[in-house]
Ligand binder design. Structure first.
Ligand code: NDP
Ligand code: 2IT
Length: 462
């Protein structure tokens, strides 16, 4: 039996995915990480689309892979030497069918349109999973904050906002942090937005606690990734306590992943940055973590300094953490930081659970290894959704001029992560050969997709 998918007749689901991806690649040449993100999602949702004539007639998939709009602009600023600097700025507004655009800003030299399209596409499905009414977007710049003074970062943020301010707003598009954008940058961006618009509102999330920010927003992504791991482990009668964990990165997500893992009784043995990995077999204690926070957030130093500071630890230059034996792995740095070889090392060394704090940290080949070995694998769009969820709570606080305590936010975060997990199980459970396995990739993609597809069908052809 053949089906017409997005204007083409195809025989099988695999054919339909291939035909669809051929078109996506032809329409967005060179955007390889965007293709990767789309391919993964389309593989999961194609069976659903093939069963649903309304999705086919409305060409939902074709529409979801083209951003509603892309805003690209020049950012010109002056460095401490008085030299004029020029960067590229972007905002990819991907889909607003279920709520205003929402998603972070990334400042990193590797940022380009393809990277932001991949992140915005992931964000659409992730935000749908959170249970909150948020569409998806992503933005940023190829600006490199590394080695820049506070004054330079401030002038860059102001110049960036000079262009962005007229495209965002609390019920239009609400940016937040991502790589290279934390509390300091959100402060400078918000100050300039206020200056330009004469408005004090919830246009950004991740704000300071005394000017509209939410308790636990900095913690939310890392804590959420651990809560998601906890929920996955429970399905196999396992827990966090007593487990050995590896964590990559040493920024916002990594730091609070370590904090929560420690609180729940795990021992974390690695952290990393783009220069290498530290391995500490004695475990990263709360005292050591406080030192790391000061190193990364205040002094803005390199993780290699950890090995010089703490006896018994070592720095592996140019290496990733995935060869260190562990039960649980939390990739929390960047995309494609676990390849097939890393994945094999993880499972051969006894890893039973991977919960992704970063966005798309595992390559397609790495995911195939996790699936074949049937370990618990929580993809980023589900496992790291705690950050944007608490951003969503911050938006409701700002809209209602109210505040929640840290305890209230933590309870809400746990509830949301549990609900995301349950939804992944609902759509990802594979029953066969007497065993039941949860394919969290399919579960997350299908659950996220259906909500958006239904909203798009109901809202007509726009
Ligand atoms: P930070 O900027 O706070 O930290 C990023 C960390 O990752 C740093 O240690 C950095 O090392 C490392 N890193 C960045 N790029 C690379 C690279 N190309 N290779 C190796 N290491 C790299 O960012 P976050 O912690 O906020 O973000 C980490 C990941 O989590 C990203 O994938 C982000 O999209 C995702 N995420 C973040 C959320 C948030 O709320 N902040 C929410 C959901 C997902 P170095 O200093 O050497 O660059
Ligand atoms: O990837 C992400 O979910 C984020 N960087 C957080 C986005 C947000 O709006 O809080």
């Amino acid at each position: 039996m053949s089906t017409v998918i997005e204007g083409r007749t195809t025989a099988t689901c695999g054919d339909a995915v291939e035909a669809f991806m051929e078109r996506v690649v032809a329409q967005s040449p060179g955007e390889t990480v965007f293709h990767q993100a789309v391919r993964e999602a389309v593989r999961s949702v194609m069976p659903v689309v093939m069963e649903n004539k309304a999705y086919q007639d409305s060409r939902i998939l074709d529409r979801m892979v083209v951003p509603d709009r892309v805003i690209m602009f020049r950012v010109t600023w002056v460095d401490d030497q008085g030299q004029v600097q020029v960067n590229r700025g972007y905002r990819v507004q991907m889909n607003a069918a279920i709520g205003p655009y929402k998603g972070g800003l990334r400042f990193h030299p590797s940022v380009n349109l393809g990277v932001l399209k991949f992140l915005a596409f992931e964000q659409v499905l992730k935000n749908s999973l959170t249970t909150l009414p948020m569409g998806g977007s992503k933005g940023g710049s190829d600006f490199d904050p590394r080695g820049k003074s506070d004054g330079e970062v401030m002038r860059f943020c102001q110049a960036f906002m000079n262009e962005l301010y007229c495209h965002i707003g609390p019920d239009i598009d609400v940016p937040a942090g991502d790589i290279g954008v934390g509390g300091r940058e959100i402060g400078y961006l918000f100050g300039q937005y206020r200056k330009l618009t004469h408005r004090f509102n919830g246009v950004l999330t991740g704000k300071g606690i005394n000017w509209g920010g939410s308790r636990l927003r900095p913690e939310a992504t890392g804590y959420g990734a651990v809560y998601f791991a906890q929920a996955m482990l429970e399905t196999r009668g396992e827990g966090i306590e007593g487990k050995i964990a590896t964590v990559s990165g040493s920024g916002n997500v990594a730091q609070y992943t370590v904090e929560k893992l420690h609180q729940l009784g795990a021992q974390v043995v690695t952290l990393s940055d783009s220069e290498g990995t530290i391995v500490d077999r004695d475990g990263i204690t709360p005292e050591k973590l406080e030192w790391v926070k000061e190193l990364k957030n205040v002094r803005r130093g390199r993780i290699s300094e950890y090995a010089a500071r703490f006896q018994g630890s070592k720095f592996l230059k140019g290496k990733r953490p995935w060869s260190a034996p562990c039960d649980l792995a939390f990739p929390s740095a960047t995309q494609n930081e676990i390849d097939a070889t890393d994945a094999r090392h993880l499972v051969e060394n006894g890893c039973i659970c991977v919960s992704e704090g970063a966005n798309m940290p595992s390559t397609e080949e790495a995911i195939a290894v996790f699936m074949e070995k049937k370990i618990l694998y929580g993809p980023g769009k589900a496992a790291n959704a705690g950050g944007v969820s608490v951003s969503g709570l911050e938006m409701t606080q700002n809209a209602g001029c109210m505040r929640r305590s840290a305890d209230e936010v933590d309870q809400a975060l746990k509830r949301i992560m549990t609900s995301i997990h349950a939804n992944c199980v609902k759509y990802g459970k594979e029953n066969g050969n007497g065993s039941s396995f949860v394919n969290y990739v399919n579960g997350a993609n299908i659950a996220g997709f259906i909500k958006i597809a239904e909203a798009m069908v109901q809202q007509g052809v726009y």
